[in-house]
Design a protein around this ligand. Structure first.
Ligand code: HPA
Length: 271
């Protein structure tokens, strides 16, 4: 096993006097939740041994430890993407470290393109399953037998119980949410109309460039996963003339962020 996981975790744990039980990964334009964490210890990624450094606009690059919804949490304000040129070991490194911090549940968020014709920009989709459309799998290479099996079962990556709880919370808050399948690809290109159409045929409801690797690695280690997408743009034929810019993605995500933060905070109270 890579001993650096443990070393990095030790470095982080020496800055606090508790162990976080929930990990949170904040997607593009969704970093605002980080500012709601109380008694926060903020550690820039650049000061964490062995951590990669985030390069994308809109990703702040801080680890924030503290309390939210009555739970001790560790949140990533900014994540590492495959399209930035990081290998999957780097993309998923923080999730491995979370295991050594004591994390039992991972809440992962992203901005995504809508594929399902019923979806609209600004919708929130709870992820019920995913399609790994990255060219590689993050578990390729030597298996960390101490952390999880060589051939992990993938029938229940997204915790059914957390999904049920989140649905109930959304209903109580009178928030309309979707439940769908997320397809993850490398990016950085957005999809051509033909690719959007293909992904729709494959059965996906939303498309993005993240989440799948982190969910796989968390599941490999027995961490429960809850995933959530904010639909920031449509795709043909829903939005036939739609061109999508990164600014648009961030603006829509930013506008929905308070709703997502509320949902996550309430979910944390119920974990
Ligand atoms: N495709 C891929 N990733 C994305 C999209 C999209 O349309 N929107 C936000 N992230």
């Amino acid at each position: 096993m890579d001993e650096n996981f443990e070393k990095t975790a030790k470095f982080i744990l020496q800055t606090i006097d508790y162990q976080p039980e929930v990990g949170i990964i904040l997607g593009s334009g969704l970093g605002g939740l980080g500012n709601r964490i109380s008694d926060a210890t903020i550690i820039p990624y650049s000061s964490i041994p062995n951590f990669p450094i985030s390069t994308v606009e809109g990703h702040n690059g801080n680890l924030i430890l503290g309390e939210l919804g009555g739970k001790k949490v560790v949140a990533m304000q900014g994540r590492f993407h495959f399209y930035e040129g990081y290998g999957m070991d780097k993309v998923t490194y923080p999730v491995r470290v979370m295991k050594f911090l004591g994390v039992k549940t991972l809440i992962v968020s992203n901005a995504a393109g809508g594929l399902n014709p019923k979806y609209a920009t600004g919708d929130i989709m709870f992820i019920k399953d995913h399609i790994n459309h990255f060219p590689v799998n993050p578990l390729m290479g030597a298996n960390f037998d101490e952390l999880g099996p060589r051939f992990p079962d993938m029938s229940k990556v997204y915790c059914q119980n957390l999904l049920k709880k989140a649905k109930k919370i959304a209903k109580k808050l009178n928030l309309k949410v979707r439940k769908g399948i997320y397809i993850g690809s490398s990016g950085p290109t957005l999809e051509t109309p033909a690719e959007y159409a293909l992904f729709r045929k494959m059965g996906a409801d939303a498309t993005g460039m993240s989440t799948v690797p982190e969910a796989i690695v968390a599941h490999h280690m027995g961490i429960k996963v809850f995933g959530m997408s904010v639909i920031t743009n449509g795709s043909a034929p829903v939005d036939p003339n739609g061109e999508t810019t990164h600014d648009e993605v961030q603006n829509v995500a930013g506008a929905v962020e308070p709703k997502m933060t509320l949902l996550i905070t309430k979910l944390l109270e119920k974990i």
